[in-house]
Ligand binder design. Structure first.
Ligand code: ADP
Ligand code: MN
Length: 179
């Protein structure tokens, strides 16, 4: 049986969190710092039509989770990916060596989300998602708890610190196959 982590030479990182917590900003910076591949699931879904149409009520694509997982299997097996998505419970657990949950203070998040021109209902859905720590719970329920890392993302300094923390983590990561 292939052990967790398989034969990857580089780790895979999942970055999750409520929309607006800074996933894409942090992932871009991290990908540049450490030469990993940034995979923005939202973009991928649009680009490759990995969805079942538009949900008018939720104001977003209905993501087809099976299509997304099929699309990414080979790439993830290779390693060296930073996956950016506001959900985490449908990916194979074995794909990720660390699951980062970004968190933002409510007042800060409200300002960021209102700047996006979201509808009132989308705004409050996302806001509640952060208040109730939905993504942190989802991550803890879906992955071994020692693999889940919550990081604060309120300020620009937080981004730099988080990138530094994760850069160190990647440098210290040992491929299971090299042990
Ligand atoms: P997400 O991908 O999680 O939806 P983004 O990376 O698109 O979030 O960030 C949303 C907005 O908030 C952007 O305008 C970005 O510049 C800003 N932002 C993100 N993270 C931070 C942070 N830690 N401090 C200050 N502004 C941030
Ligand atoms: Mn994003």
């Amino acid at each position: 049986m292939v052990q967790e982590g398989g034969q990857r030479k580089k780790p895979n990182i999942l970055v999750t969190g409520t929309p607006g917590t800074g996933k894409t900003t942090m992932c871009s910076a991290l990908a540049e710092a450490i030469h990993l591949r940034h995979i923005n699931i939202g973009e991928l879904v649009k680009e490759k039509n990995l969805h079942d149409g538009w949900d008018d009520e939720l104001d977003c694509y209905v993501i087809n989770e099976d299509l997304v997982c099929d699309e990414l299997e080979d790439t993830m097996e290779e390693g060296g990916n930073i996956v950016d998505y506001h959900g985490c419970d449908f990916f194979p657990v074995r794909w990720f060596d660390i699951v980062v949950v970004l968190q933002t203070d409510n007042s800060v998040l409200y300002d960021r989300l209102s700047k996006r021109g979201y509808s009132e209902s989308k705004l409050s859905n996302n806001f509640e998602c952060e208040i109730f720590q939905v993504l942190l719970e989802e991550a803890k329920e879906s992955y071994p708890e020692e693999r889940v890392l919550a990081l604060k993302s309120d300020t620009i300094e937080d981004i730099s610190r988080n990138v530094a923390t994760l850069t160190d983590w990647v440098r210290n990561w040992n491929s299971p196959s090299s042990l």
